[in-house]
Design a protein around this ligand. Sequence first.
Ligand code: DC
Length: 221
Amino acid sequence: MVIVTIDGPAGAGKSTVAKLLARELNFQYLDTGAMYRALVFSAIQRKIDFSDPESLVKNSHSVNLRLESEKVIIDGVDVSTEIRLPEIAKYIRFVADNELIREHLVNMQRQIAAHDNFVCEGRDQGTVAFPDSQCKIFLTASSTERAIRRQRDLANKGIVMEVDEIKKDQDERDQQDYNRKVGKLIKADDAIEVITDGLSLQEVVETLTRLVNQKSSANNF
Ligand code: DC
């Protein structure tokens, strides 16, 4: 099976790009951030105390989490929209910094991607989940560009936020992502960095498609 990993900071456009790249390559798409978000959502719903790591771990095992094409289903309910609300990001670190929860989700990610070709997107896909991936991409953009893009995405969902406010949340998440003990955001040694400032979505997808094709002809996959 071929795994293309896309890691990078929040707001770099990974999800949109990964989805389109997967379509272009005729691969499946795995949004691992959605898994962390879904666990936060279910913990809020089940009124779990976020300062109690053991309960969070138990919850991560008891919840029925499924990813169906681009939908996120928890205990039979489609929560794809709810998990994107800004409130979810506030609690992410309690789940994403928990080593046992990360281990559980990485195992799930490996199982999901075991039987098909996948584009897997997140923070630790090329480093922890799929260190043997044939093609690793580190997708990034400047902090301002990422915040402006996030503002546009939120506006499309009817959520109005100032760029400065978004940047503040984003800086906080960057700090968490770059500094967590396990699964921290770091470019894998063999990842190709793509900086998307000033590039259109189509240009980014074309660049990545070209990179995957180059890797695939060089390494025969
Ligand atoms: O990609 P995203 O913003 O939807 O991800 C939500 C959060 O989940 C993000 O703040 C960091 C965390 N995350 C992670 O720790 N590891 C991953 N592989 C994917 C996401």
